[in-house]
Design a protein around this ligand. Sequence first.
Ligand code: MC0
Length: 145
Amino acid sequence: MLTRIDHIGIACRDLDAAIAFYRRTYGFTVAHEEINEEQGVREAMLKINETDGGGASYLQLLEPTRPDSAVAKFLEKNGEGVHHIAFGTADVAGEAAAIADTGVRVLYDTPRRGTLGSQITFLHPKDCGGVLTELVQAPSPGTHS
Ligand code: MC0
């Protein structure tokens, strides 16, 4: 079961400038920052609210760390803007398998490491109406920083 919007991922060229925009305009502040080398991003999570089903909802600001990364390719083609949406679930592997059975391409055979130690996978945007879609299983309570 998908239980929440975990985050909306936004591609930006300058993470610090994007953080400043969201703070100045909406008052959102950074809950967490990290570099995910595998995904080729430097990212900031701006927490919007806690949710009943575990986890929270965030805006995720994404700056590429290398030119061959997914976010760098996206920026080159589209410029800055919404890059993906992410749904939260308590069982990312089970949810991905169920969605694959409907004919949608799941991009990873097994979930990979996402923000804050979450487990993530992606659904191909061409099978999702042009929307790159991520599934996120939040880390167990206690491992969340
Ligand atoms: C690419 N396409 C998109 C898209 N990225 N459409 C909508 N939204 C996006 N974000 C479209 C392109 O326009 C193109 O369409 C087609 O998909 C193929 O794209 P491509 O540029 O040729 O690139 P590919 O095929 O090499 O890779 C696309 C693919 C890749 C979605 C498979 O970006 C990928 O594996 N993404 C998942 C990983 C990811 O995005 N990581 C960054 C966030 P046309 O019509 O021109 O054929 S990491 C993250 O979010 C982590 C840290 C987390 O949340 O914890």
